[in-house]
Structure formats: C-alpha cells, structure tokens
Design a binder for this molecule. Structure first.
Ligand code: GDP
Length: 484
C-alpha cells in the first residue's frame, strides 16, 4: 500500500534530487517505491480501472498460484476449477525482447484471468522483483520441468510437447495445455491467435504457454474482443501503456537496484541536466568506425538538437575566463550516461568534449557502466543490461538507437519520446537527418501478425475509428505497428 502512495505524491521538477523517506520503502523491492523518484518526467498516472484490475489480479494470483502442478498439467481436458494459467516461456533472446514479451503475456493474462507464472531457473525471475504481494510468480522447484538433457534450453518438457494452436483447433480445444508460438516468424495457424473467434474457445483451456519475442500489446488492440477490454483498462487518449504496465509489474530486484542507485547517486544526480545515449550497433565495429560515427552523432544530432551544448570554436572564452568561471562554480552542467556494448563509443564521446570543451564553457561529464563487447546471454549481462535500461530512463533527454528493444524499454520507462539514431550496421544513415524525434514512447511491434480471418476484416465503425486514431506504422520498421 505504501509504495503506491509514494507513487501518487511524486511531483518532481527536472534536475531536482529528492530524498526518499525511509518509511515508504518496501524492503523486499526497494526499486518499486524509489525508481519513480529518479525519473526526470513525472510518474505515469495509472488509470484507476487498471489499478482496480491489478488489485483483483493480485487476489487471483494469491488464490491460484500455489497449485499442484502435476495435477494441473495432467488433467485430461477442460477447466473445471476457476484457476487458469499462463506459463511465460523465457526464450534465448536479448533482455529487451524478453521484457516486451513478458509484458504482453501479462496483459493478456490480466484480461483473460490467467495466473502468469515464469520459469524459476531463468534470468528474468532473478533480476526482477516479485510483482504480487503474498504470491510468487516463480514456478516452484517441483514443477515438472523434465530431465535437463531432454528439455531444450528454453522450454520445460511439458511445454515443448504441448499442442500448438493449430493442433488445439483440430482437437476442438479439448486439450489441457496449448503452446502459443508468438515469435516474429509465425505459421498461419499460430497467427490465428489474433482472430476474435478463437479467443472464446481458448479461454476454456486450462494452461497456455507463451513463447514470444514481440511487444504484442499494439496487436491486441486490433482484436475486437481484446480491444473492448483494453479501452476500459486504458481509457482516454494518452496511450502510455508500457509506462503504466511496467510501473506496476516491472521493478529491478534489490541486487540490481543497489547498482543503479549507487551509480546514479555517484555520477548522475548532481548535474543540472542528464542525457542518456544508447548506441546499438548490430555488427562488430572496426576501430576506424568509432570516430566518424561519434562525430556525426554529436554534430548532426546531440548538439544540433540541443541535447548537448555545442563544442567549442575559436570564438569561445579564453582559458583564463574558463579558470575564473570554474573557481566560482564547480557543478557539472550536463552528465551523459552512455550505454553500448562497445566501451569505445563512450571513450570517444568523452574525449571529444574533453579535448574541445564547449562553446558555452558548460561542463559535460560522461559515464558508462559496462562494455561487454558482445552479447553473451548470461545472468551477469542481463543484470547489467537491466541496470543500464533503468539508468537511461532517468535522463531528461534521451537518444536511443532505431529498432532496438533495449532502447524501447528505456524510453517506455522514462515515458518520453527520444531522439532516434539512425544507425545501420556500424554507420549512421548516409542521407538526410541522422536522428529524429520518436512519435511515441510506446515500443514498436516489429512484426505484427495479420491473420487471414473474417474477424480481422469485420470490425465495428467505432473500433475502426479508434484504430485510425491510435495505431500507426513505426518510424523505424516498415510494416511495424505502434500505439500513438
Ligand atoms: P536489441 O537487440 O537492441 O533489440 O536489445 P535486446 O535487449 O533484446 O538484446 C540485446 C542484448 O545485448 C541485451 O539484452 C544485452 O544482453 C546486450 N546489450 C546490447 N546493448 C547493450 C548495452 O548497451 N549494455 C549492456 N549491458 N548490454 C547490451
């Protein structure tokens, strides 16, 4: 109760650092109450209907989660108890993809009264707090995961052998479990999940398993039955659904938060302005490519759009004037947090400002938490990635890389529209602007699925109008879908 109250009373101005009163902190998950106090933007207002639904969902979780899983999974057919389940399958993707998929599974579970459970052997359960008071979302140790050498890296044995949606349709949904394959590539039968007519029969299946790498929240709004539920949960015209959902459900565990909080308070909190820059290259850069990329990002994006002060030119004040100025005030004006797999981007940015200074003589400091070099998919890297997503989200001004789900998480948490860097491979897009202002803080659904079913074509006028107003293409992915 206390942490929700802390959330409502927060009204910070940019660049204010606020002390957190110890009384409002939940010791099992410090970030839940504190993270909002670090953000430059005022916390997301959570819709009262969503809050109410979240409360009811928590009660359902407490009632159903401590189940006898062998019984649940072996039951021959349809539901006869009131408890239904959703098993979130943690795939071997980057953390950004996994969080987007998790939030989609959670929202679907909320509107279909399914208790969401996650794999306790994997990383997400280790780096995030438990979202429900008095109930755990971790599958228990006695869950029948199967023999380790038989089960694939991702799937519990039971999920691997579960019927998919096509097979469930063939069996008239008389199955105890259905595995929904909702990744970026889908077969025609998997896509049928987004058809209205299969939602009702699916609701009779006791357990669903969700394996995906996409943010399907935008796609849910195209399904008439889901749309009706969702517009009640998220009324009004401001659709910052990621911000609202993550504010309720996603909070870094204490082990990660201690790193985030220490880093923020050591390096970022004391400056007048904070800037976050995420440089995501999708191939390994060679040494000669760092300087040109950083020069372009600085001159054609960060300074030209006033995220950072201009670099010095010959008309700048002299060294003596600079000395006098520094003797009067010692505060760093801008602190820049740089996230990238390649530490060299951070070093090159820092050196550029160190060597040239700024025209206004403002001081800019640069900071980075890690330089992993490549993707490893282990707990250590996932922990660092989560910490960096959160550190980026504290910025007053944000520049993130196109197409990166890592960047989507930070902008969604920050509830801000960042500048999007048009990085192709290890270079910036050669023509036109190298960055542009994002149209929304919502993640882009890279591969929304277009099922071939009548319900996808026959929608009401009201629904059609809503779609016209609130759903659009993505700026960084042709064929993508985004809530606006
Ligand atoms: P995307 O590939 O940019 O869409 O982002 P994902 O988060 O899905 O996958 C990239 C993965 O690479 C992350 O989960 C991290 O493990 C790693 N990674 C990429 N960029 C960074 C970074 O800036 N910092 C850290 N610590 N890890 C990164």
């Amino acid at each position: 109760i206390l942490h929700w109250r802390a959330l409502w009373v927060w009204k910070a101005m940019p660049s204010e650092q606020t002390r957190i009163s110890a009384g409002s902190i939940d010791p099992s998950c410090v970030s839940r109450s504190s993270q909002h106090l670090y953000r430059a933007n005022k916390v997301a207002d959570i819709s009262p209907t969503l809050l109410e639904s979240w409360k009811r969902y928590g009660e359902l979780h407490r009632k159903c989660a401590p189940s006898n899983w062998t019984e649940v999974l072996e039951e021959s057919s349809h539901v006869n108890s009131s408890c239904k389940f959703m098993i979130y399958v943690e795939t071997h993707e980057g953390l950004g993809n996994r969080i987007l998929s998790l939030l989609s599974a959670l929202l679907y579970s909320m509107i279909t009264d399914r208790v969401l459970m996650i794999d306790s052997r994997k990383e997400v359960g280790k780096i995030l707090c438990e979202p429900f008071q008095g109930s755990s979302w971790l599958l228990p140790a006695d869950f029948p995961y199967g023999e380790p050498w038989f089960s694939s890296l991702w799937f519990p044995e039971i999920v691997k052998h579960a019927p998919d949606l096509g097979q469930a349709i063939d069996k008239n949904f008389s199955v105890p479990i259905v595995h929904l394959h909702l990744a970026h590539v889908q077969r025609e039968t998997d896509k049928l999940f987004f058809c209205n007519e299969f939602q009702e029969p699916l609701s009779h299946v006791r357990t669903l398993a969700w394996s995906s790498n996409q943010y399907f929240v935008s796609s849910f709004f195209k399904v008439p039955w889901m749309w009706r539920k969702l517009v009640t949960l998220f009324p009004g015209s401001r659709l910052d659904i990621f911000a609202q959902l993550s504010s309720l459900a996603i909070a870094p565990a204490n082990s990660i938060w201690s790193l985030v909080s220490r880093f923020y308070n050591s390096y970022l909190s004391c400056s007048k302005s904070r800037v976050g820059v995420q440089i995501r290259t999708h191939s390994r850069p060679d040494l000669a490519s760092f300087d040109p990329l950083v020069n372009q990002i600085v001159s054609r994006c960060l300074t030209s759009h006033h995220l950072l002060p201009n670099l010095s030119s010959s008309s700048s004040p002299s060294l003596i004037e600079f000395e006098k100025q520094q003797q009067q005030q010692h505060q760093v004006d801008v602190s820049v947090f740089v996230a990238s797999l390649q530490g060299k981007y951070y070093e090159t940015l820092r050196d550029e400002f160190l060597q040239n200074g700024t025209a206004s003589e403002e001081l800019v400091s640069f900071h980075s938490l890690s330089s992993e070099g490549a993707e490893w998919h282990n707990l250590h890297q996932a922990s660092l990635a989560l910490a960096e997503m959160w550190l980026l989200s504290f910025a007053h001004h944000l520049a993130t890389s196109e197409f990166s789900t890592f960047g989507y998480i930070s902008r969604g948490l920050a509830r801000t529209r960042p500048w999007m860097l048009k990085i192709r491979g290890t270079e910036l897009h050669p023509e036109g602007d190298v960055c542009y202002l994002s149209q929304s803080s919502e993640p882009c659904t890279h591969f929304p699925q277009q099922p071939d079913c009548s319900s996808a074509r026959n929608i009401s006028t009201e629904h059609r109008e809503w779609i016209k107003r609130h759903l659009g293409g993505c700026q960084d992915q042709r064929g993508g879908l985004q809530l606006l």
